[in-house]
Design a protein around this ligand. Structure first.
Ligand SMILES: Nc1ncnc2c1ncn2[C@@H]1O[C@H](COP(=O)(O)OP(=O)(O)OP(=O)(O)O)[C@@H](O)[C@H]1O
Ligand SMILES: [Mg+2]
Length: 292
């Protein structure tokens, strides 16, 4: 098949790994930067351009849309959908998963346990919302945080409310979230492809740090999920309508909690840590999707 990967940078590990897997399975593959794609909207004639040229024929597209290009990336996906091309993520699922609050709203409404989370309209209500979440420590999280940047552990209500006020002043929306101390600075990344957990790892924060992001120096090791965690990861992706996802889970005394679901999960950490060729599983899924 003729495959297109949308990625801002063809040299990124995840992109390279997908290209390698596609080529080794005998497919033709091209990588384009989605920020170089132009959308042409016209009655019954949806079209895309790459730079100056109209889009050639592709059987399938794997979008690797980062947080900086979510809205435009989703518009491109929508266009591909109207053109009848198989895309590994729908625009709708990408948008839902990318918005931390929306994602938690959907999952919790479907009976999935998540850290208790509040959001206040403005500074005036921040103390009230903080009280609903915690009497002392709570996590304050930028809606737009990535790589753990903008995720802060407030030690008290007064500190937490000050942080919220500061972010609001800077024009940023934040969540006030129950701090899951049982997680002890670790979280689980379960990688799901087509209704199956194909690899999972624990990420452990450096001593003195509660954020287990690899970018914050965390280490990672392979684990097998227990059945409750596996069921939770699969259920969360199903609810969000994602076929490929990185599901982040916190272990707590009341059971596993979903922290977030990543619709464009990186492959370097999970492939390096688990030794599983996840890219190949993704390409196999695409083959199946194109046939159907
Ligand atoms: N409520 C919480 N309780 C305990 N630890 C938390 C909580 N929220 C976040 N953490 C820790 O902080 C890390 C970063 O938080 P989170 O994943 O929500 O944001 P992010 O990593 O910045 O976003 P993204 O994963 O989209 O890049 C988590 O991996 C987890 O280790
Ligand atoms: Mg995270």
């Amino acid at each position: 098949m003729k495959l297109l990967i949308l990625s801002r940078n063809a040299n990124l590990y995840s992109t390279q790994s997908l290209v390698r897997a596609a080529v080794s399975l005998g497919h033709e593959v091209q990588v384009y930067d989605h920020m170089m794609c132009n959308i042409i909207v016209e009655k019954s004639k949806p079209a895309l351009m790459i730079g100056n040229d109209y889009f050639g024929h592709f059987d399938a597209v794997i979008p690797r849309i980062g947080a900086s290009a979510t809205a435009y990336g989703a518009a491109i996906i929508r266009q591909l959908e109207s053109m009848g091309i198989f895309v590994t993520v729908t625009a709708e699922a990408l948008m839902k998963a990318r918005d931390k609050l929306h994602c938690l709203q959907i999952l919790s409404a479907h009976g999935i346990d998540v850290p208790r989370t509040g959001i206040s309209a403005g500074d005036y209500c921040a103390p009230v919302v903080y009280d609903q979440i915690s009497k002392e420590r709570a996590v304050i999280k930028l809606l737009a945080s990535t790589q753990g940047l903008g995720v802060i552990l407030a030690q008290s209500k007064s500190q937490g409310v000050s942080i919220v006020e500061g972010f609001h002043r800077a024009g940023q929306e934040v969540l006030i979230q129950e701090f899951i101390s049982d997680a002890r600075g670790s979280d689980i990344r379960a990688f799901v492809v087509d209704g199956e957990v194909v690899g999972s790892m624990v990420r452990q924060a450096v001593p003195g740090e509660f954020r287990s992001n690899i970018h914050r120096g965390a280490s990672s090791f392979k684990i097998d999920l227990d059945p409750a965690e596996e069921i939770l990861a699969l259920k969360a992706t199903e609810i969000l309508g994602l076929k490929i996802a990185g599901v982040d889970i916190l272990r707590s005394k009341r059971g596993p909690l979903i922290l977030e679901v990543n619709a464009s999960p990186g492959l370097e950490g999970i492939e390096g840590t688990t030794g599983v060729n996840i890219s190949e599983k993704i390409i196999r899924f695409v083959e199946k999707g194109v046939k159907n």
